[in-house]
Ligand binder design. Structure first.
Ligand SMILES: NC(=O)c1ccc[n+]([C@@H]2O[C@H](COP(=O)([O-])OP(=O)(O)OC[C@H]3O[C@@H](n4cnc5c(N)ncnc54)[C@H](OP(=O)(O)O)[C@@H]3O)[C@@H](O)[C@H]2O)c1
Length: 209
């Protein structure tokens, strides 16, 4: 169930993460086709992504084909309180999202005066994630899918903002690197398991209120 907030209905927030057996989110070959095939099941209205996730993809975004915005696609909303993301136009034209939205804070460095990127400003020195979700909900978003290597996801989990979690577990132990969770206690209700070719396992959970 999506949580009620002061400004109306907060969207249902789901996070899907590709992980190694030891919970790392990078340092191994992700079954990308499977990841996105599964992710489309939620039909999200908004894909919520951290700046570091985008920065890790910027070179690929630059060199990818740019067929243009996909009107029926979700909105890409990027948490970027330090204004580090540059490839906004490339992201908008990747052919997956309908548009892009920069999530900034009051103290975010000045943007180029000719920037045409839509922005939502919340929080003082960091994006206020609660207010962001409330605003997205008030604009009609019903489902938000979080794409994070663990940092943004951790912040959302700490705030109790995640309703559903899906781990796509890959049969590899990486040994070092960022984990999807930093180890805080989470009570999860199992919501389904599927095993795919190659030993990739999809684990779905609902989070306790
Ligand atoms: N395996 C997977 O499924 C998967 C998915 C995505 C990414 N990745 C990998 O993971 C890495 C990047 O992910 P990451 O975990 O380092 O970072 P991330 O998930 O992109 O999160 C970083 C973002 O979170 C924001 N943030 C963190 N705490 C916050 C808080 N309390 N309030 C508001 N905003 C907050 C940061 O804000 P600022 O703007 O202030 O810095 C930054 O924009 C890359 O290597 C990428 O390839 C893996």
């Amino acid at each position: 169930m999506a949580a009620h907030s002061l400004s109306g209905m907060r969207p249902h927030v789901v996070a899907q993460v590709a992980v190694s057996l030891d919970g790392r989110t990078s340092g191994f070959d992700i079954d990308v086709a499977r990841f996105y095939a599964l992710a489309t099941l939620w039909q999200e209205d908004v894909t919520l992504v951290g700046a570091d996730t985008i920065l890790a993809q910027e070179a690929a975004v630059r060199s990818a084909p740019h067929p243009g915005p996909r009107p029926e696609g979700p909105l890409l909303a990027v948490v970027d309180s330090r204004a580090r993301v540059r490839e906004w136009e490339g992201l908008r034209h990747l052919g997956y999202w309908s548009d892009v939205l920069a999530l900034y804070a009051d103290q975010t460095p000045a943007r180029p005066p000719d920037s045409t990127i839509s922005e939502l400003v919340t929080g003082y020195d960091r994006v206020d994630l609660v207010e962001t979700l409330d605003v997205l909900g008030s604009r009609g978003a019903r489902v938000v899918r979080v794409d994070s290597g663990g940092v943004l996801l951790g912040a959302l989990l700490d705030l109790g903002l995640v309703d559903e979690l899906a781990l796509l577990v890959h049969p590899v132990v990486v040994g070092t690197g960022q984990r999807w969770s930093d180890g805080h206690r989470l009570d999860l209700q199992p919501a389904g398991t599927e095993v795919f070719e190659g030993g990739v396992v999809w684990l779905r959970y609902c989070l306790s209120p």
